[in-house]
Design a protein around this ligand. Sequence first.
Ligand code: GN1
Ligand code: MG
Length: 363
Amino acid sequence: MIKSITNNFIIYGDYLNSKPFGSGHINDTLLVTFNQAGEEVSYIFRKINKNVFKNPEAVIDNTLLVTNHIRNKLEQENTNDISRNVVTLVKAKNNKYYYVDENDDYWAVLLFIKNAYTVDYVDTKDQAYRASKAFGKFTKQLSDIDSSKIKETIPNYHNLKSRLQVFDNAIEADVAARVGLVSKEIADVDKNRSLADKIAILLNDGSLPIRIIHNDTKINNVMLDEETNKGLAVIDLDTVMPGTVLYDFGDMIRSSGSPVEEDETDISKINMRINIFEAIVEGYLSELKDVLTNVEIENLVYGVEVIVYEQAIRFLTDYIMSDVYYSIKYENHNLDRARNQFALLDSIQKQKLEMEKIVNKYI
Ligand code: GN1
Ligand code: MG
């Protein structure tokens, strides 16, 4: 099956094999290897999830715009390893950068970046620094892109008020009769509802600038160099859209601050590691200190609360709605994820003052 998909892209050589790749929850990603004149060369094939991305063409258009913009920047800087520092889309034989198969599924192909790795959770301060620096650089590189051309691939993606509304609707509908099982978690949502207020105000009155941001700065969305550990390309560009840097900063801390993955069920292991937090602040601000406004910097820690809370709500909503969004490996997977995120939020709220102090050290 995948072999017939590969025939539609401009890829030389003979198909050898394919295997699932990465740990994303949304799109199907495969590593496909070809024999190119005696050399094994691999590509990343991605099937875009239509349930999540209602307009897959917009995803590809955005990726193309963003990667071309970054590539131009890297060329101007005379970077000599450009195709490892930015994602490269491979053309299909139809002259577009995607192919639509007989099930109406959209496929995109990327060059596979060699001698690079991703991490699902951060082990060292150095990894945290490198990854956040790469995300910071990404935002800096995009600071002068024509944002009117970037489409919104998922409306209201990080809109907390709208996430709460969807959650409330899910409770009301209770399609899977699961609401009765999660009263503790519903209470956790309720106790934090006011978190949605300030961000709405800051965005509505224009105090928070809208930039082109990544929107899914999970630590495993940046490639690191196997030899030097340096951050290379930022990947998974499907949600690159207008938004505030609070979201990107928040999601970095969400996905890297904890010593365990987002589905760890041993709550005692979950906490926001302040030394990793510091490394992320240092890496991110090393690129963006002179770009961000005071309002952005003053609200970075608040952004962490917003994003962790939002993620807890999203996992819990999906559990209540009978797991229609995130792929799951077992029945209570989304509930475990939600509980994990609430524990992380708790740890963050306890350390807020210290976190604010650290941000102030790096401005
Ligand atoms: C999804 O595809 P993946 O795993 O990188 C989700 C993110 C969540 C994340 C939680 C398009 O990202 O928003 O933060 O799971 N992506 C989309 O692990 O919803
Ligand atoms: Mg993703």
